[in-house]
Write a protein that binds this ligand. Structure first.
Ligand code: HEM
Length: 148
């Protein structure tokens, strides 16, 4: 496979990985909204625990790791980042670091639910659900338009 096709193949895998990562970052807070309204120890709460654990461990975390590995490969393996006109990449990286910290917070909140120790309200999770949405919009415009 020539370099050009390999670069496009890696970029395609990167986009597949970030779609999967975003799916988890957008759906997990939504599960927390309804889990926060379920009675601790109830059958509903126990079902949510299984859904949250599988969504985080089987999809969201592996997709985050793949997004980083493939994204950094594009940046430095194919010379996309060459020290000229890279402002978009620095801004994107800063936003993706915030997205990764949000992922970490989701993992902590999941552990609290698993131990029946959640203290956050359904409203709290509705509000934080907007964070990955807004970051996703900014990241996609930055990487496709490369404004600076
Ligand atoms: C996790 C760390 C990430 C790194 C290091 C990274 C890095 C990169 C790089 C270097 C490119 C190639 C740009 C080009 O060739 O023009 C790229 C493409 C892309 N990235 Fe990321 N990215 C990351 C996360 C994300 C996230 C979270 C999203 C979406 C929410 C995203 C969406 C995209 C899209 C849509 C493209 C294709 C752009 C195009 O073809 O014009 N990336 N990424």
């Amino acid at each position: 496979m020539d370099d050009g096709s390999l670069y496009l193949a890696v970029k395609s895998l990167h986009v597949v990985a970030v779609i999967s990562w975003m799916a988890g970052l957008l759906y997990l807070p939504r599960l927390f909204v309804y889990h926060a309204e379920a009675k601790a120890g109830s059958a509903t709460s126990e079902t949510f625990k299984i859904m949250e654990r599988r969504l985080l461990k089987a999809i969201t975390t592996p997709a985050m790791i793949a997004s980083w590995v493939l994204g950094l490969s594009l940046a430095f393996g194919f010379g996309v980042i060459d020290g000229t006109q890279d402002g978009w990449f620095h801004a994107k990286l800063a936003l993706v670091v915030v997205l990764t910290a949000f992922h970490g917070a989701l993992a902590r909140w999941r552990k609290s639910f698993e131990a029946d120790r959640n203290t956050h309200s359904a409203r709290f999770f509705r509000v934080v659900n907007e964070i990955p949405t807004l970051i996703m919009i900014a990241v996609v415009f930055l990487v496709i338009m490369k404004p600076f």
